[in-house]
Design a protein around this ligand. Structure first.
Ligand SMILES: [Zn+2]
Length: 678
């Protein structure tokens, strides 16, 4: 009897957790990236380098590797075979998206003209019924084109729908930035074809690599056409349901319907592009079962499958998620594309549910994993972003070097372009949008997510409010926000108090701080301290705001020692260093050949120093530890210098380590006290 009762209770508990209600779907509205003028050193510099170096670099590489000519060849304007990987039109579309966003921030007539010419070629490559895929069109038009490889014949590795998704995103961005409709018309014509071919009563199939979902949402938002929303819902609901087709399995999140999924599986960019699309539709339609699935999967990622750098997708084998707590450091894959798509998803989750925990994770990614993917000069890239390197193992993906752009093996340094060049153009479209993550609003509440020196104008219920941030974040925790409503007005400002400033490096038990912070967060309005009225991770300040009111936030910037959950075997007996949102690493160039043997002890005093001349301006962490070589009986004391993880491999390739060895006796006592605290 007791057994049955416990079973019944267990079923009830599981039942609640599986079918339980999601939180209230709040549906916040984002503030567009071009409503913010970024003036800070960290992002201001990156936006400018993106404009003057990375964008011209991606254009050059798309041209020199033949990806632009592919459209001319498909249009019959040139002769020859298609060049590059078969889904490479997507790289050109992402480049267009990046250029368009950059134009919205900084108009450049030459780039605008370049885009016009490129879009003319793309439009010419589109077939009469709306089909566009240069590789396939070139092949089908040539004598070798046969019925064995017709259109939409291989959605799995052919990625035709994935390429369409990037076309739609580029078209929406280009229309928004320039007001020109030519690429939008190409996208509409193509989406109309896709809508005729796929759906209930038509072909019931989905793309192997998701992306069409977020693209269709952008097209829906740009045109207001319901049929695109209906189509994206079809692609979401059809995944994991076999209507006469063979399911593609967990790699493509195609093992069961999304509303039944509770764990993150498979290739990480596929997964997070997909979750972004599902979250978009949940926000637009208020569909609860989507929201429940998204929240559960997100919690699975953040509590079991995420690096301290905010990176996801730990395995090279599947470019994706491993088992729970499977987070190797040297072989961490954490693709730069996954940093982009994970960021997209986190921001959408925040808009859906209005909680700061999603921004906490987003912040980790955008200050650590993502910027590591791009060199400080802006013209070389990491595909994979490991947390440890022996300086020898070639973790970065195969690349194409100098002319004639033949494939070369991987490397242990950043490279200008890859055989599959998905990451560089993904980076150039992400950087200009960064300020789009800073603010959001709902009713009479403004949300401040990020602290970036900037000047913004937000429209709140028909009135404008100017918000000016003065800060040296992420190097300094002091943030001064001047509020200027066009007339005195009552509304609320929700200021995010980062999890790291409240004792939690991540919003889960995956990582924890070992040392307490001796300082508290302080918040002032017009020089008077106010209590933190916390709501979902935000300090809520509601009052009648006058022009020139000032909010001052002071976040304690102490170096924190981070330990991972016991189940992460690769981090056992180790600590990472974090200061504010920045995760640190030790590099061989600063610390010599024994850098990966450095052991931090309880005696290690950690100090910080701002070095304006180093790595674009960084705060370095200095400390002491011990090193014990295999042939030595006694450990010797060493001094070390740690630099922000994102900046590694910019001076020279070499060894690097994020997770340092930790005096295990010390860890034992800390572990016991932490257990008690739990
Ligand atoms: Zn990539």
């Amino acid at each position: 009897m007791k057994y049955w009762m416990s079973l019944l209770i267990l079923i009830c508990v599981l039942g609640v957790s599986i079918t339980g209600e999601a939180q209230e779907v709040l549906r916040l509205r984002g503030v567009p990236f071009d409503a913010v003028k970024v003036t800070d050193a960290f992002w201001g510099l990156r936006i400018e380098i993106n404009r003057v170096v990375s964008i011209p670099h991606c254009i050059k590489m798309c041209e020199e590797t033949g990806l632009v000519d592919n459209f001319a060849k498909a249009a019959g304007l040139m002769k020859g075979d298609a060049k590059g990987i078969w889904f490479s039109d997507a790289q050109v579309y992402k480049t267009i998206e990046g250029i368009s966003f950059s134009l919205a921030l900084h108009y450049d007539a030459d780039l605008d003209r370049f885009l016009d010419g490129l879009i003319d070629k793309i439009a010419a490559a589109q077939e009469a019924d709306g089909y566009i895929n240069s590789h396939k069109t070139i092949k089908l038009k040539s004598a070798r084109g046969t019925a064995e490889d017709p259109r939409w014949s291989n959605l799995s590795s052919g990625l035709e729908l994935y390429v369409c998704g990037h076309l739609y995103e580029a078209a929406a961005a280009n229309y928004r930035a320039t007001g020109k409709r030519k690429l939008l018309e190409v996208a509409i014509k193509n989406a109309n074809l896709v809508a005729r071919l796929f759906g209930v009563g038509e072909r019931r199939d989905v793309g192997g690599h998701q992306e069409v979902e977020v693209g269709l949402v952008k097209l829906y938002q740009a045109t207001g056409e319901d049929k695109y929303l209906k189509l994206v819902k079809f692609f979401i609901d059809e995944r994991g349901r076999s209507h006469g087709r063979k399911l593609r399995g967990p790699f493509s999140q195609d093992h069961k319907p999304i509303v039944e999924q509770r764990e993150a599986v498979g290739q990480a960019p596929r997964a997070t592009y997909f979750y972004s699309g599902v979250t978009d539709v949940a926000a637009i339609t208020g569909q609860k079962d989507y929201a429940i699935a998204m929240e559960k999967i997100w919690e699975d990622v953040v509590s079991k499958k995420m690096y301290i750098t905010g990176g996801i997708g730990s395995l090279h084998e599947n470019e994706g998620f491993g088992e729970a707590y499977e987070l190797p450091n040297k072989t961490a894959y954490t693709e730069t594309c996954a940093a982009v798509s994970f960021s997209m998803w986190n921001y959408r989750m925040f808009l859906l549910l209005g909680e700061a925990r999603f921004i906490d994770v987003l912040e980790l990614t955008v200050y650590n994993n993502f910027p590591a993917g791009v060199s400080l000069k802006g013209d070389t890239f990491f595909y994979a972003n490991p947390l440890e390197s022996d300086g020898i193992w070639k973790f970065n993906r195969g690349y194409v070097g100098e002319q004639p752009y033949m494939y070369k093996e991987g490397s242990a340094t950043r490279k200008p372009w890859f055989y599959c060049p998905c990451c560089p153009p993904n980076a150039i479209r992400f950087v200009p949008q960064i300020a789009g993550y800073m603010y959001a609003q709902r009713g009479k509440t403004v949300y401040i997510n990020f602290f970036i020196d900037s000047d913004s104008v937000i429209t709140l219920q028909g009135h404008t409010v100017r918000l000016k941030q003065k800060t040296r974040y992420p190097w300094d925790g002091k943030v001064k926000i001047t509020v200027e409503p066009e007339q005195p007005q009552r509304f609320a400002i929700n200021v995010r108090i980062p999890g790291w400033a409240r004792g939690r490096p991540v919003p889960s038990d995956l990582y924890r701080y070992l040392n307490e912070s001796s300082e508290e967060v302080t918040l002032k309005v017009n020089d008077r301290s106010i209590a933190l009225n916390m709501r979902k991770g935000f300090a809520h300040i509601e009052r009648k705001w006058d022009k020139g009111d000032v909010i001052e936030l002071d976040l304690p910037m102490q170096v924190r020692r981070v330990a991972a959950h016991e189940k992460v075997k690769d981090d056992r007996g180790k600590v990472a260093l974090q200061r504010g949102p920045i995760v640190y690493c030790l590099e061989e160039v600063d610390n010599g050949k024994d850098v990966r043997k450095v052991c931090l002890t309880n005696k290690s005093k950690l100090t910080t120093q701002y070095r304006g001349e180093l790595l674009g301006g960084v705060v370095v962490v200095k400390g002491s530890g011990t090193v014990r070589k295999e042939d030595e009986r006694q450990a010797k004391e060493v001094e070390f210098t740690a630099v922000p993880y994102y900046s590694w491999n910019n001076r020279e390739a070499g060894q690097m380590v994020v997770w340092l060895k930790w005096n295990t006796a010390q860890l034992g006592s800390i572990r016991r006290s932490s257990m008690r605290n739990l």
